[in-house]
Write a protein that binds this ligand. Structure first.
Ligand code: IYR
Length: 222
C-alpha cells in the first residue's frame, strides 16, 4: 500500500458565532418546510437540477470512501409505467395480505394505500441502489463497509438538495424491490435502497397532518 497523501482543508468556511447562529436557524427554518408529498404534477423539471442534486448526494461521507451508491434516474414514461405496475403488485400484497395489523395501524395517519399514481406522474424516479460489495473486472469481490449507512446519508443529502432546489420528494419503498434490478438492468450486488420520487407538487396537493418530535424528545445534552 502506498502511504496516504494529504492536502490542506481546501474550502472550509468559518463563520462568527453570531453568523453561525443565524445560519443554523435559517437552515432549520428552511428544511422544516420540507414535506413528503404523494401527489405530483407532471410538469417537467430541468435535468440539470437533478444532476446537481445527485452531485450533492455524491459528496456524502461513506465507509472507506467507497461511495457504494448508484442512482438510476428514470424519466422514460414506459419505464415509469412498468415500475408502477410492478410496485402496485407488491403493494397490493402488502396492504391486503402481508402487512400485520400493527403495521397498517402505524401507517393509518399517512393515508397510504396500494395505488401509486405518483410513479407515473412525477417527472423523475431516482432509484437508489446500495452496492453491498464491489466486483473487480476479473470478477473478484471487494468488501464494502457500512454500505447501508453510507447510502442512507447520501439519500438524506439528496432529499435536502431536492428541497433546496424548490422541488418536493417522496421516499418510496415498495417491498420487496428486487423487480427494480430486472427492469433497470442493474447487477445483483446492487440492492435497491429506495425510490426517491421527485418533481413539483400537484396543484392542491395535501399532506397528512402530522408533526415532528420537539428537540427535547429527540436529543439529550449531557
Ligand atoms: N411501502 C408501502 C407501505 C409504507 C410503509 C412505510 I414504513 C411508510 O412510511 C409508508 C408506506 C407504501 O409505499 O405504501
Amino acid at each position: 500500500m502506498p502511504p496516504p497523501t494529504f492536502s490542506p482543508l481546501p474550502e472550509y468556511q468559518q463563520h462568527t458565532p453570531d453568523d453561525m447562529k443565524r445560519r443554523a436557524a435559517e437552515f432549520y427554518a428552511d428544511i422544516r418546510r420540507r414535506r413528503t408529498v404523494r401527489q405530483f404534477s407532471t410538469r417537467p423539471v430541468p435535468r440539470e437540477v437533478i444532476e446537481d442534486c445527485l452531485r450533492a448526494a455524491g459528496t456524502a461521507p461513506s465507509g472507506a470512501n467507497i461511495q457504494p451508491w448508484h442512482f438510476v434516474v428514470v424519466s422514460d414514461p414506459a419505464i415509469k409505467r412498468t415500475i408502477r405496475v410492478e410496485a402496485e403488485k407488491e403493494e397490493h400484497e402488502f396492504y391486503h395480505h402481508k402487512a400485520p395489523q400493527e403495521w397498517l395501524d402505524a401507517l393509518a395517519p399517512l393515508g397510504t394505500d396500494e395505488h401509486k399514481p405518483f410513479l407515473e406522474d412525477a417527472p423523475y424516479l431516482i432509484v437508489i441502489f446500495a452496492e453491498s460489495y464491489g466486483v473487480l473486472p476479473d470478477g473478484r469481490r471487494v468488501k464494502h463497509y457500512y454500505a447501508q449507512e453510507s447510502v442512507g446519508i447520501a439519500t438524506g443529502l439528496l432529499v435536502a438538495a431536492v428541497h433546496h432546489a424548490g422541488l418536493v420528494s417522496l421516499t418510496h419503498t415498495p417491498s420487496p424491490m428486487g423487480f427494480l434490478n430486472e427492469i433497470l438492468g442493474r447487477p445483483a450486488h446492487e440492492r435497491p435502497f429506495l425510490i426517491l420520487v421527485a418533481g413539483y407538487p400537484a396543484e392542491g396537493a395535501t399532506v397528512p397532518a402530522i408533526t415532528k418530535k420537539p428537540l427535547e424528545h429527540i436529543a439529550t445534552f449531557i
